[in-house]
Design a protein around this ligand. Structure first.
Ligand SMILES: Cc1cc2nc3c(=O)[nH]c(=O)nc-3n(C[C@H](O)[C@H](O)[C@H](O)COP(=O)(O)O)c2cc1C
Ligand code: SF4
Ligand code: SF4
Length: 300
C-alpha cells in the first residue's frame, strides 16, 4: 500500500433523526481513532460552515427517506465550499438495504458533490433498524446492531487500502428517486398536522431537538409549522408519548422507536435466526445485508 495515500485526517459529517445514522458515524469515529486517524465529527444541523481544506476526505452520513438522502443532507451538501478534487465518501443509512428502489438514494448527492468539485471515492449502504411504517422482527433489528462494527471495519479497511467503490443504480430507481422528492411536500403537511395531547408535560424537549426548528411553544403547548422534514425525532423521543400526527399516521411505528433500548438488548445472546429463511420482499435487502454481503458475522 502506498503510505502517501493513507488519509491522516477525516471529516465525518452526519445528520440523524432517530439516532441510527449517528450510531453509524460514532462507530466509524471510534474505529478510525483506534487506528490513529484524526477525525472531526460534525452534526449538519449545527455546523453550517465547514473548513474542508484541513481534511483529506469528507465522509457524509445520511439516512434514506423515500429513496433519497434526507433533504437536510442534500441542502447541506449544496452549501459546501467549492473545492478542487477533494475526496469524498457517502454512507447512506436505511432500513431496507441496497435494494430497489433504494439503489438510487445517493444519486442526487453525488451530482451535487461533483458540481462542487469533490471526487467521490466510495459509497455504501449501512442497514439499521427501520423507524418507518412497518415494524421489523426484533431479532432482525438486534442483529443489525450486532453486525454494525464488522460492516464498518470492512469499509474502513477498503478506504485505507485505497479501494474505490462507485455504484450504478438501477434505471427505474432513478425514477423513484425523483418521485421521492414528493416526500418533501408530504413532510411539510405531516409536520403541520402533529398535535400535542394533554399528556404533554411542557418539557420543551421536542422544541429544542427539532432539526428544522419547526416547533414553538404556544399557549403552553408545542405548536408545529410547515418546515417539517419527517425525521420522527419529536414523536419517538417525547417522554410522555404526547405527540400524534393528524395525517400519514401509518409512518409512525405503533410500538415506538427506541434505539438505546435496542442497543441494550443487542448485548444479550442472539436469538433464533428464523428470519433468514423468510421470503419477505420487504426485508430482503436487510436479510441479504446480514447474511450474504459480509461473511464475517454468520460464518464465524
Ligand atoms: C420519512 C422516512 C422515510 C423513509 N424512507 C425509507 C426508504 O425509502 N427506504 C428505506 O430503506 N428506509 C427508509 N426509512 C427508514 C430510515 O432510513 C431508517 O430507519 C434509518 O435508520 C433512520 O436513520 P436515523 O435514525 O439516523 O434517522 C425512512 C424513514 C423515514 C422517517
Ligand atoms: S417532548 Fe413531549 S412532553 Fe415535552 S414538550 Fe414536547 S410534546 Fe410535550
Ligand atoms: S417537527 Fe418533528 S418530525 Fe418534523 S422535523 Fe421537527 S422533529 Fe422532525
Amino acid at each position: 500500500m502506498d503510505v502517501q495515500k493513507i488519509p491522516k485526517k477525516l471529516i465525518l459529517a452526519y445528520f440523524s433523526g432517530t439516532g441510527c445514522t449517528k450510531a453509524v458515524c460514532d462507530c466509524f469515529e471510534e474505529q478510525l481513532l483506534n487506528v490513529g486517524i484524526d477525525c472531526t465529527k460534525i452534526n449538519m444541523v449545527t455546523c453550517k460552515q465547514l473548513d474542508v481544506e484541513e481534511a483529506d476526505i469528507l465522509i457524509i452520513f445520511s439516512p434514506v427517506y423515500a429513496f433519497r438522502l434526507a433533504s437536510i443532507t442534500e441542502k447541506w451538501v449544496k452549501y459546501l465550499p467549492r473545492v478542487q478534487n477533494k475526496s469524498a465518501i457517502i454512507i447512506s443509512v436505511s432500513g431496507g438495504g441496497e435494494i430497489s428502489p433504494n439503489t438510487a438514494c445517493r444519486v442526487q448527492c453525488k451530482r451535487l458533490l461533483k458540481r462542487k468539485g469533490y471526487k467521490l471515492l466510495y459509497e455504501k449502504m449501512i442497514v439499521m433498524p427501520s423507524n418507518f411504517a412497518i415494524q421489523a422482527e426484533q431479532n432482525l433489528n438486534l442483529d443489525l446492531l450486532r453486525i454494525l462494527p464488522y460492516k464498518v471495519n470492512n469499509i474502513i479497511l477498503d478506504i485505507l487500502s485505497g479501494k474505490e467503490r462507485i455504484t450504478s443504480p438501477k434505471f427505474q430507481d432513478r425514477f423513484f428517486a425523483v418521485i421521492g422528492k414528493a416526500e418533501h411536500l408530504g413532510a411539510r403537511f405531516f409536520g403541520a398536522s402533529i398535535r400535542a395531547t394533554q399528556n404533554c408535560n411542557k418539557c420543551g424537549l421536542c422544541i429544542r431537538n427539532c432539526p428544522q426548528k419547526n416547533i414553538k411553544m404556544v399557549n403552553g403547548l408545542p405548536k408545529f409549522g410547515f418546515h417539517c422534514m419527517w425525521c420522527l425525532k419529536c414523536i419517538y423521543n417525547c417522554p410522555c408519548k404526547a405527540l400524534l400526527p393528524g395525517i400519514l399516521k401509518f409512518s409512525v411505528l405503533k410500538s415506538g422507536f427506541d434505539l438505546k433500548k435496542m442497543n441494550e438488548k443487542s448485548k444479550e445472546k442472539p436469538g433464533d435466526l428464523e428470519y433468514r429463511h423468510y421470503k419477505n420482499i420487504l426485508w430482503q435487502g436487510t436479510i441479504d445485508y446480514l447474511c450474504y454481503d459480509d461473511d464475517y458475522y454468520f460464518n464465524k
